[in-house]
Ligand binder design. Structure first.
Ligand code: GDP
Ligand code: MG
Length: 150
């Protein structure tokens, strides 16, 4: 793996799953050249989410955020690319869906500041920490696109 190769943690939030746009979201990352290396549907506990979002503890949006993230299953994924963190942040758009640039996933499918359809890591270090909540190291798949045709 080249040393600029990164994994990033992407979560399709409860609104994305329930609005049935998971396929559109996955399709977008595939088309943008990122490689899917892990995926799981889960219903994270309140405790897990409080740790996952610990950096925001004490903010006024923290409790409603945790309630929202517990409200339905989510789909957690690891996507890999060179500069995957920055690439994915670009594709999802600004935190508040109302401010997100046209064509970004949050503009296309999100609603507001909280219900913004997708989470993505903000640094490579945080991506590692976030993925560790949901995946063991061996859950991250190593493969090449040509493998099926060997
Ligand atoms: P992100 O990295 O773009 O997801 O944004 P943050 O890490 O700052 O916030 C985490 C999540 O908390 C966001 O994705 C939103 O779901 C929620 N959130 C952040 N800021 C606000 C806010 O000002 N109002 C509300 N209602 N929710 C927020
Ligand atoms: Mg964040």
């Amino acid at each position: 793996m080249r040393d600029t190769m990164e994994n990033t943690c992407v979560i399709i939030k409860p609104d994305g799953v329930c609005k049935k746009v998971s396929g559109d979201i996955i399709k977008r990352f595939d088309s943008e050249g990122l490689k899917l290396v892990a995926m799981r549907m889960v219903r994270p506990s309140k405790e897990t989410l409080e740790q996952f979002y610990a950096v925001h503890k004490g903010r006024e949006f923290f409790e409603p955020l945790i309630r929202f993230m517990c409200s339905a299953p989510v789909i957690v994924m690891a996507w890999q690319a060179e500069n995957a963190v920055a690439k994915v942040r670009q594709i999802i758009g600004a935190t508040n869906s109302k401010d997100a640039a046209a064509g970004t996933l949050r503009a296309m499918f999100g609603t507001d500041g909280r219900r913004n359809v997708v989470h993505a890591s903000d640094s490579a270090a945080n991506a590692q920490k976030e993925l560790a909540f949901f995946f063991k190291p061996e859950d991250l798949m190593k493969y090449e696109y040509g493998d099926w045709n060997k």
